[in-house]
Design a protein around this ligand. Sequence first.
Ligand SMILES: [Zn+2]
Length: 194
Amino acid sequence: MGWAPATSTNYSVRLPDDAAPEYCAITSSGVDKAEIEVEHILAVDQQGRALDGNGLTPSAETPLHLLLYRRMGAGAVLHTHSLSAALLSQLARDEGRIVLSGWELLKGLNGIESHETEVSLPIFPNSQDMQALSLRVGQSFSTEQCCYGFLLAGHGLYVWGKDLPEAKRHLEVFEYLLQCQREATFHGHPATTR
Ligand SMILES: [Zn+2]
């Protein structure tokens, strides 16, 4: 889909409690996701330390995945670098969010039953300090009303779900709607549809 250019993006699933100290399985840093094999996925503990990595390094963005498991009860976390996510998050950076409303496909998000609703995708400034970034994102969860995903400005999209199928569905919803917004922006409309 063009959502994972070069070696960008990362994906993880929460492991069952009885797998402790293994906490989640996450993709390795620096792998082209078009060529990914099962040996490029490694288990990490609750602090993000590799447990069976065979020399692989967990994704640099592991702290954000761990945050979503801890704070949002996620079962799977998917992070893409699509053109729409990178571009719109950069354009709407000062507004701090992209609001999606009136779209039928919003109903693909868990708990949403009508297009007549508003879903907000918060935008955080990008950073290479993942610990600081995850702290900042975590602080916002107490004030964000209904959070299904977020954007990192000029970087990409994070979504999650109770399990991998739900996370994939949420990802496809957001990518599609961001593409709608991108087209609208191209025709001179704002990047957000409030
Ligand atoms: Zn990224």
